[in-house]
Design a protein around this ligand. Structure first.
Ligand code: GLN
Length: 267
């Protein structure tokens, strides 16, 4: 059922992505930029002149540390959005599980964390238009006999706490079979040391973790397809409108695709 919902959302958000529709979606050059600038004038942020982004910086290639700096797709998109809105970007690193609360309680302006749009999350928070597609993938040991979701029944599955991988795995295979870790890579390390039989996690981080850990592989089967978007408080409609306007411009001028292409190689 959840997977059907995710699919429906994917189709809706995908259509929004393609047509650039949504509140700030006018893609007619000058007018769009004008309206984004006008929207930006009304924005209230946690700190004046600053766009504070909450993330969990252990999710390559979307966010990760390079030295002491947080880099990646989300960091670059947030910087491009902040530039459009005339704001300075500041990034706060926290557990993935804390991001929505931080945005709801006014500690951050938006969460950008490879976060999937779900019906459940939409009850508590707004999401911007989607900026990328995600896939929940299955990671196993190279010699595993698990070849797809059907083989996961009765197996121990590792996930990152409160992610969609966690939610789907509990729904499909039973909470008692799911081991939850704070960081995605901790789930991967548990797999490498045979504490779990498989890990359900977003495809791009999966590829990057597997490249860094011996003896693991990502299955070709896609478990669930999803849409990533920025989460913004339901009390800050002005910011939502402004971020959607900025995203529409970044889609229209090719910046968004260039950022994605810089970090994600076509298979
Ligand atoms: N896309 C997943 C989710 O939204 C995982 C995101 C993450 O771990 N940063 O739940």
């Amino acid at each position: 059922m959840k997977r059907i919902l995710a699919l429906v959302l994917t189709v809706i958000m995908g259509a929004a992505l393609l047509t650039g529709c949504g509140s700030g979606g006018a893609s007619s050059g000058g007018n769009a930029e004008q309206s984004t600038k006008e929207a930006a004038a009304d924005i209230k942020t946690v700190t004046d002149g600053v766009l504070t982004m909450a993330t969990n910086a252990y999710f390559p290639p979307y966010e990760y540390y390079e030295g002491s700096e947080i880099v990646g797709i989300d960091a670059e998109i947030a910087k491009a959005v902040a530039d459009k809105l005339g704001l300075e970007l500041q990034i706060q690193d926290m557990e993935f599980d804390s991001i929505i609360t931080a945005v709801q309680t006014g500690k951050a302006d938006m969460g950008l964390a490879g976060m999937t749009v779900t019906e459940e999350r939409l009850k508590n928070i707004n999401f911007s238009d989607s900026y990328a597609t995600g896939i929940q993938a299955i990671v196993v040991k190279e010699d595993s006999d698990i070849t797809g979701p059907d083989d996961l029944k009765g197996k121990k599955i590792g996930v990152q706490l409160s992610t969609t991988g966690d939610i789907y795995a509990c729904g499909d295979f039973g909470e008692e079979n799911v081991e939850k870790y704070n960081k995605g890579n901790d789930a991967i390390l548990a797999l490498a040391s045979d504490k779990v039989d498989a890990v359900i996690i977003d495809n791009e981080p999966a590829k990057s973790y597997v490249a860094a850990t011996k003896g693991l592989k990502v299955l070709d089967t896609e478990y669930v397809q999803e849409e990533y978007a920025a989460c913004i408080s339901k009390d800050n409609e002005a910011l939502l409108t402004a971020v959607n306007g900025a995203l529409a411009e970044l889609k229209a001028d090719g910046t968004l695709q260039a950022i994605l292409d810089k970090y994600i190689q076509a298979d």
